[in-house]
Design a protein around this ligand. Structure first.
Ligand code: ADP
Length: 375
């Protein structure tokens, strides 16, 4: 990465909804971009069909700076894909490598003194033996490849542990993370961008609400005290000062026994910050676009107006239907991702409602949307 103004195309690895919303920011700024897609119908193909390629050589040669929309690649795959241009990846490879699996993430947090739920890595039978000393219930997570709670299970008995080990492919060599099951009162999230010169932009702290391990509602401001804001900002600054370069978003648990624990982070834009599209002067995608093209013009922090964002998940299988929203006391901003096929639980879009005056009960508005939308 250079810290100056970039002139070539921006390469985005992936063509899903996070790539789409970054592409839209770049498009508004008049910047050229190219997405490396999988070849099937996708959000970017729907809106920018000429800006997707499956040709890795073309992608590498036409782009001068790169970013990505998920952490499912190994660093070796990224090096292979980008060759000598891997040094122009944002996040840089070293920073990315912490987040490609949950065990290395937890190691990073531990080394920086950032509290997380009590944990241990399960890599071999010796580790499993040590786990026998833990009392039920606890949480087992797949170290790699999980998302939306799909790699997370609460374990309450030996029989359940045996099933989870099998499901998470422990016997085929997959590494797992065992964690204390914490009593969560609230979940919050915040992120930052950091350039190679050390420049930082902080995103707003938001509250996330999950159902069945999937976040379905996000609101700002979070209902937390000043101490929580302060601790999380301190944690983020410690992460930034450790030398991370890229955009990073982190999830935190606020527990019944008053702890603020980091759960996990992602080296990319994040669902929890979609409300910045309508509620902030710069969205998370605008900021990433600026860090990729002209970082000097990025603000040091982004504020948000009171707002709520609801994820629109598919309700049935088949062609996507028209989104129908209930009538609401404030304007709603729906954003559909252009996915042709819907299936139950698939992220199809989101809706944001902004309350500039702060006079409405945004959480109730969000819950009404969740209960009554049809797609
Ligand atoms: P994913 O990477 O699939 O999103 P997470 O680690 O974020 O997985 O876990 C998904 C959800 O499961 C969390 O949002 C939280 O509600 C619950 N969860 C995760 N870890 C714990 C834990 N240690 N104790 C209690 N609940 C947890």
């Amino acid at each position: 990465m250079t810290s100056g103004v970039t002139t070539g195309k921006i390469g985005i690895i992936g063509d899903g909804q996070l790539a789409l919303m970054l592409a839209e920011s770049l498009h508004h700024m008049g910047k050229e971009f190219l997405c490396l897609g999988s070849g099937t119908q996708s959000p970017v193909r729907t809106f920018f069909p000429l800006a997707v390629t499956t040709d890795q050589e073309r992608f590498r040669s036409e782009c001068s700076v790169f970013t990505l929309e998920n952490e499912f690649h190994t660093t070796a795959q990224l090096e292979d894909l980008l060759g000598p241009k891997a040094r122009f990846l944002f996040p840089d490879l070293k920073s990315y490598s912490h987040f490609a699996d949950k065990i290395s993430q937890r190691t990073l947090y531990e080394n920086l003194g950032i509290p997380s739920p009590r944990w241990m890595a399960i890599r071999n039978d010796q580790d499993l033996l040590e786990l026998k000393g833990w009392s039920f219930p606890y949480v087992i997570k797949a170290s790699q490849g999980g998302y939306d709670g799909k790699g997370v299970r609460v374990v309450g008995s030996d029989a359940e542990l045996a099933r989870v080990l099998n499901d998470f492919r422990y016997f085929q060599g997959a590494h797992l993370l065992a964690e204390e099951k914490v009593e969560i009162v609230r979940e919050v999230a915040q992120g930052f961008l950091r350039g190679p010169s050390g420049q930082i932009s902080l995103l707003p702290l938001v509250e996330t609400v999950q159902e069945n391990g999937v976040c379905n509602l996000v609101h700002y401001p979070p209902e937390v005290g000043e101490k929580v804001f302060t601790q999380i900002e301190r944690d983020l600054r410690a992460l930034a000062q450790s030398g991370l370069v890229g955009i990073f978003n982190f999830e935190f648990f606020l527990t019944a026994d008053q702890r603020v624990l980091i759960n996990e982070g992602a080296p990319r834009t994040h669902n929890s910050q979609h409300l910045t599209l309508e509620a902030s002067d710069y969205s998370q995608f605008d900021l990433l676009a600026l860090y990729l093209t002209d970082p000097a013009s990025a603000p040091a922090a982004v504020r948000a107006l009171p707002s709520v964002m609801v994820n629109i998940l598919g309700q049935s299988t088949g062609k996507t239907q028209e989104l129908k929203l209930p009538s609401l006391p404030l304007k709603a901003y729906p954003k559909l991702y252009g996915k042709e096929l819907s299936s139950p639980g698939r992220k199809m879009g989101h809706v944001t409602v902004v309350d500039a005056d702060g006079t409405h009960d945004l959480k109730s508005i969000g819950k009404k949307i969740l209960k009554e939308y049809q797609l």
